[in-house]
Design a protein around this ligand. Structure first.
Ligand code: SF4
Ligand code: SF4
Ligand code: SF4
Length: 356
């Protein structure tokens, strides 16, 4: 029988909710609002945990209600094995006192991930404190870039964070209209070994999705990223010139994305009104399928007589897409989940017209 003694209530548990549910399924008994205060033992062996009942008071600095002992509520939870799970910390004893530590006793680094010792870099839990694998990999990537600069004898400036802009800090902040055409589908449940079986071994208990479920799950991707993210000149210049989004704000455009042409997608929200597309269509292709409509901040690029682009004289030459510095004009993606992927240019012949 396994018991988990925790001084707050279930809703304050810092564990992932699904881990608590899985422990429940495996028969773990939760002694909630209970704080361990000592151990009792006999003949050098533990026989129980001395506990005191708690009640929740006012919220503390973490925002969770502070547990306070209930006077006279001491009792003993019988036990023959106790595991104290009181957090994780970096064991810095192997560093010989040479590497600087921060106030949490983790390795202190500059923004290039270099420690106070020149040529020694650090990343991962020993530098951030307990965190995720993804954060450790991200830190290692930053450190690798700076190490490369160091070993090449270049100035160690670390990684240049690319300029990014989003419609919200999380999906909850994004206007639902923006992703309104995406089908809503609930997450599939990961199959697991039955609780009675898994509680007797330490093997991997989460199984893999069958192929059809895995494909369905992949199709739930919202494809929320901009397909031009790897080639957008606006993003490149914004990165190079360290554009500050807070200086002028981001505006609040919500133009519909236009997919009426069989090969071209237009997203006026990303248009910077450079007029490259209008000029190349008019001055190079001599087609004049596009024009600038309205004035000032209301200006938009629209096809002739505001008709669908496919109903104009557009020859689908793609020159406007090549000339567009942003993701406002794109080749319509052929894949149901189009990326963005980093692509390479290869010589090819388009069979769409007789010119080839
Ligand atoms: S592109 Fe797809 S997988 Fe990536 S964050 Fe957006 S929805 Fe999620
Ligand atoms: S694809 Fe060619 S013809 Fe059509 S709008 Fe663009 S530049 Fe003009
Ligand atoms: S080339 Fe692109 S960014 Fe420039 S006006 Fe045309 S659609 Fe807008």
């Amino acid at each position: 029988e396994v018991a988990c003694v925790y001084r707050r209530s279930r809703s304050e548990m810092p564990a992932n909710p699904h881990e608590v549910v899985q422990a429940d399924e495996e028969g773990v008994k939760f002694e909630l609002l209970t704080a361990p205060v000592g151990f009792v033992g006999e003949g050098g062996k533990v026989t129980g945990i001395k506990c005191v009942k708690m009640q929740l008071g006012e919220p503390d600095a973490s925002g969770r209600r502070r547990p306070e002992p209930v006077p006279g509520s001491d009792f003993v939870v019988p036990a023959d094995l106790v595991i104290t799970a009181v957090g994780q910390k970096t064991d810095s004893s192997s560093l010989g006192g040479k590497i600087g530590l921060n106030k949490w006793n983790d390795i202190d680094v500059s923004k290039t991930m270099m420690t106070n010792v020149e040529g020694v870099f650090s990343a991962g839990d020993c530098q951030t404190g307990a965190a995720t694998v993804v954060e450790a990999v991200g830190g290692a990537r930053k450190a690798a870039v700076a190490m490369d600069q160091y070993l090449r004898g270049e100035a160690v400036v670390g990684i240049t964070e690319p300029f990014n802009v989003a419609r919200g800090k999380s999906i909850k902040e994004v206007d639902p209209a923006y992703l309104g055409d995406r089908e809503k589908a609930a997450r599939a449940k990961v199959p697991t070994i039955a609780p009675d079986e898994r509680k007797h071994n330490f093997g991997e208990f989460e199984l893999v999705f069958p192929a059809d479920v895995a494909k369905k799950e992949a199709m739930r991707c919202l494809s929320c990223s901009c397909l031009d993210v790897n080639t957008c000149k606006l993003r490149q210049y914004s990165t190079d010139y360290k554009a500050d989004l807070n200086r002028l704000g981001t505006g609040d455009y919500n133009h519909p994305i236009l997919t009426d042409h069989p090969f071209i997608t237009r997203d006026p929200n990303k248009c910077v009104l450079c007029a490259n597309c209008v000029r190349i269509c008019n001055e190079v292709m001599d087609v004049t399928a596009l024009g600038l409509v309205n004035r000032g901040s209301e200006t938009v690029v629209l096809p002739t007589l505001m008709r669908p682009l496919a109903d104009t004289k557009c020859e689908t030459c793609g020159q406007c897409i090549s000339a567009c510095p942003t993701g406002a004009l794109l080749v319509k993606p052929a894949l149901p989940k189009p990326g963005p992927f980093k692509t390479e240019a290869v010589a090819t012949a388009c069979p769409n017209c007789s010119i080839g």
